[in-house]
Design a protein around this ligand. Structure first.
Ligand SMILES: *Cc1c(COP(=O)(O)O)cnc(C)c1O
Length: 254
């Protein structure tokens, strides 16, 4: 095992550090915000199965993947099936309609965080009946494009309430859990609170007021390795952290 590359990363240490930082951030969070204790999603994309198992054995349950093929492969991995029986997968990538069935078939799928259109919600709602156990609903979040960047997925903030309403009223097989954003990378917080996080929090306010939802039941999924503490201070209830736990990923090829 000693020359196994995965041994170079101390997942347990990364996890402990992040969990301690989360606690610190919760203590600094404004008392006006819903006091939901944040859920840590360990984003394992590109990282090998043994690291996922290490994190699971250290107590981590929520994991995130952003490619359907990779999610499905990992979710079906015999080691994961055997050793990580309570694993909860978050799908956090762009979901194309032709991949819906594949995604929904992943064992341990817990939530699709990236619903960005009525069409996708419609497809998920329709197909889920083939995969669900008993009458369990599929958890979904609505992804909002808070930064207005064209390359980013997600619905416009002004349309978020309409999409949430569609999910709640027209999609009986889906359970609306909250809102998610990716936002701009490497925002400099010396300039003040990240506008993407403020925008997502504002969306939640509007959604809850217009649709008469209890704000304490509507999650905000925002914040990654570089800014999850800041996100929690601004109300994140789910943070998606990858490299801070599993080590840096190779840079994207352009
Ligand atoms: C990769 C990814 C993350 C985690 O990124 P890190 O910077 O490694 O923490 C979070 N959310 C989404 C949607 C991602 O694709």
């Amino acid at each position: 095992m000693s020359d196994d590359k995965t041994d170079e990363v101390d997942v347990m240490y990364g996890l402990k550090t992040v969990l301690a930082q989360i606690e610190g951030a919760v203590a600094r969070r404004s008392k006006d915000l819903p006091q939901i204790s944040p859920k840590l999603v360990a984003v394992s994309k590109i990282k090998p199965v043994p690291l996922i198992i290490q994190a699971y054995e250290a107590g981590q349950r929520h994991f995130g993947e952003n490619y359907v093929n990779e999610l499905v492969e990992k979710a079906h991995d015999p080691q994961i099936l055997e050793k990580c029986k309570e694993i909860k997968w978050h799908f956090i990538g762009h979901l194309q309609s032709n991949k819906v069935n594949k995604c929904l078939g992943a064992p341990g799928l817990y939530v699709v965080e990236t619903v960005e259109s009525e069409k996708l919600a419609y497809n998920l709602n329709k197909q889920w009946v083939k995969f669900r156990k008993e009458d369990e609903k599929l958890n979904v979040m609505v992804q909002v494009n808070t930064s207005g960047e064209e390359a980013k997925n997600g619905i416009e903030p002004s349309q978020a309430t309409n999409l949430v309403e569609y999910v709640i009223k027209q999609c009986p097989n889906l359970n609306f859990q909250g809102l998610m954003t990716i936002g701009q990378y490497d925002y400099d917080t010396s300039l003040g609170p990240n506008p993407d996080f403020l925008s997502l929090a504002k969306c939640r306010q509007e959604v809850c007021e217009k649709l008469n939802l209890d704000i304490n039941n509507v999650e905000l999924s925002m914040g990654m390795s570089t800014d999850f503490e800041h996100a929690i201070e601004l109300g994140a209830t789910t943070v998606r952290v990858g490299s801070k736990i599993f080590g840096a990923r190779p840079l994207k090829k352009h």
